[in-house]
Ligand binder design. Structure first.
Ligand SMILES: [Zn+2]
Length: 74
């Protein structure tokens, strides 16, 4: 079940809550339903390293079957 962050548009209170589909959350402080939805705390972990693994072939760089460096010798 996703957790969402909300900021109350009435009193400014910020809180997290579980949201079921069809249910309208309200501010736990003033019970206003004027809420601004913020990003989920799970969605903000953005910087994953762009891992682009190169398959290790015989050449070590390009996968040339004749051995290391063969692709550089033309
Ligand atoms: Zn409020």
């Amino acid at each position: 079940m996703p957790i969402y962050e909300y900021a109350c548009g009435n009193c400014g209170h910020e809180f997290e809550t579980l949201v079921r589909s069809g249910a309208a959350p309200d501010c736990p402080s003033c019970h206003s339903t004027e809420l601004r939805k913020r990003l989920s705390v799970f969605a903000t972990a953005g910087s994953t390293a762009a891992a682009n693994p190169v398959p290790a072939g015989p050449c070590g760089a390009c996968g040339h079957p004749d051995g290391p460096g063969s692709c550089a010798l033309d």
